[in-house]
Ligand binder design. Structure first.
Ligand SMILES: Nc1ncnc2c1ncn2[C@@H]1O[C@H](COP(=O)(O)OP(=O)(O)OP(=O)(O)O)[C@@H](O)[C@H]1O
Ligand SMILES: [Mg+2]
Length: 369
């Protein structure tokens, strides 16, 4: 395929203090995006993650030019594109709302953007369409009309349409959400390979953390129209910037329990101490990922809050134990080895290495450790 798909020159994408306030008659103005800064390297793939309504689609639509910018700047390469119409921005988009043309076949839908450019011979267009179709598993659909496609098929066609133009910047909003599990994995891999091969600077919105982890060089976690953290998946997972990010990223979810910090340790819910890299003292919130904790026998030397096992779920390769901490019975989930012999009623101690004990300010939720 390389012969027919020249490298799209990757561009840097920069958002600076980007805002969007929706104003509609008879309703209070609503600030959906509240000052976003993002600097994305040429050829980098960034996943945008966040709860429903946090402004992900609005952000992508402003970059694509499908939504006006209230204030702030969108730059592609050295060019400010905020005032350019969508067609002049050199951006490939895969949005659910960005429908395929119903009267055209899938093949014509894919070729449409290339034809409009008038710079490519028909034979090349045909070849490129077929090459991308093959990789996104839509070859069998090329002669159908959009109305005849299932939602998963439409989604793959929409993705193919975005990729076929080999755009320097690619924006994808939940591009794989309608695919079944197997296909999702295959198309995800193909998307990653194509992205690497051609170096599109890419933002992909996803609700699926595994998808974000497997696709993205860096991820931006959003809440309430702002970016809470922007970093590599490891950075975000290992050093969440605040309570929100800690809680949003990671499965099973992190345990957040009340604690008291003093002298490089935290007392966890009054049930026992854990070492922690924290210099503050006073009431805090302690974040412990199930994967980072272990259960030890109650009389094991060393620190760790004391607890009683309530349930053990055996998930073959590993188990998940729900324990109730001594004191007021705060519940925590701890990952155990597969085949572990813990049972309801067992007394235990929860242990975790200091660098895995996250400490957040009780009031602001900001990271303290
Ligand atoms: N045209 C509009 N007019 C008024 N409010 C809007 C408009 N479009 C979106 N909003 C509001 O802006 C906020 C952000 O919407 P957006 O679609 O960007 O969220 P999202 O992060 O993409 O959510 P989801 O994960 O559900 O797709 C929401 O509260 C939404 O109701
Ligand atoms: Mg959305």
């Amino acid at each position: 395929m390389s012969a027919t798909m020249e490298q799209g020159a990757a561009r840097r994408l920069r958002l600076a203090d980007l805002h969007k306030t929706y104003r509609s008659r008879g309703r209070e103005p609503f600030a959906a995006v509240r000052g976003i800064d993002l600097d994305i390297e040429p050829g980098e793939m960034v996943a945008l993650l966040g709860p429903s309504g946090c402004g992900k689609t609005t952000t992508l639509r402003m970059i694509a030019g499908l939504e006006s910018v209230t204030s702030g700047s969108v730059r592609i390469g050295e060019r400010e594109v905020g005032d350019l119409p969508p067609g002049k921005r050199d951006i490939g988009v895969g949005f659910e709302s960005y429908a395929l043309y119903p009267p055209l076949s899938v093949r014509e839908n894919l070729a449409y953007g290339l034809r409009a450019r008038r710079s490519m011979p028909d034979a090349c267009i045909r070849e490129r369409v077929e090459a991308v179709a093959e990789r996104l598993e839509v070859t069998d659909l090329l002669d159908l009309r959009p109305a005849a496609l299932s939602s998963g098929q439409k989604q793959r066609v929409a993705l193919a349409r975005a990729l076929v133009r080999n755009p320097p910047v690619l924006l994808l909003d939940e591009p794989l959400s309608h695919l079944d599990a197997g296909q999702r994995q295959r198309v995800r891999r193909e998307l990653k390979v194509l992205q690497r091969e051609f170096g599109y600077t890419t933002i992909v919105v996803t609700h699926d953390q595994l998808e974000a982890l497997s696709l993205a060089d860096r991820m931006a976690v959003m809440d309430g129209g702002t970016i809470q953290q922007f970093g590599t998946p490891d950075e975000v997972f290992d050093r969440p910037a605040n309570r929100f990010v800690a809680d949003f990223v990671g499965e099973p979810a992190i345990n957040l329990v009340p604690g008291e910090a003093a002298d490089g340790a935290v007392d966890v819910a009054g049930a026992g101490r854990l070492p922690a890299a924290v210099s503050a003292s006073g009431p805090v919130e302690v974040g412990l990922r199930p994967q980072d904790c272990r259960l030890a026998a109650e009389d094991t030397p060393g620190e760790g809050p004391a607890a009683t096992v309530e349930v053990l779920e055996d998930l073959m390769e590993f188990g998940l134990a729900t324990v109730a901490l001594d004191g007021n019975g705060t519940r925590m989930v701890v990952q155990t080895e597969g085949g572990a012999s813990w049972a309801a009623g067992d007394r235990c101690r929860v242990q975790a290495p200091a660098e895995r004990v996250h400490v957040f300010a009780k009031d602001t939720g900001e990271r303290l450790s």
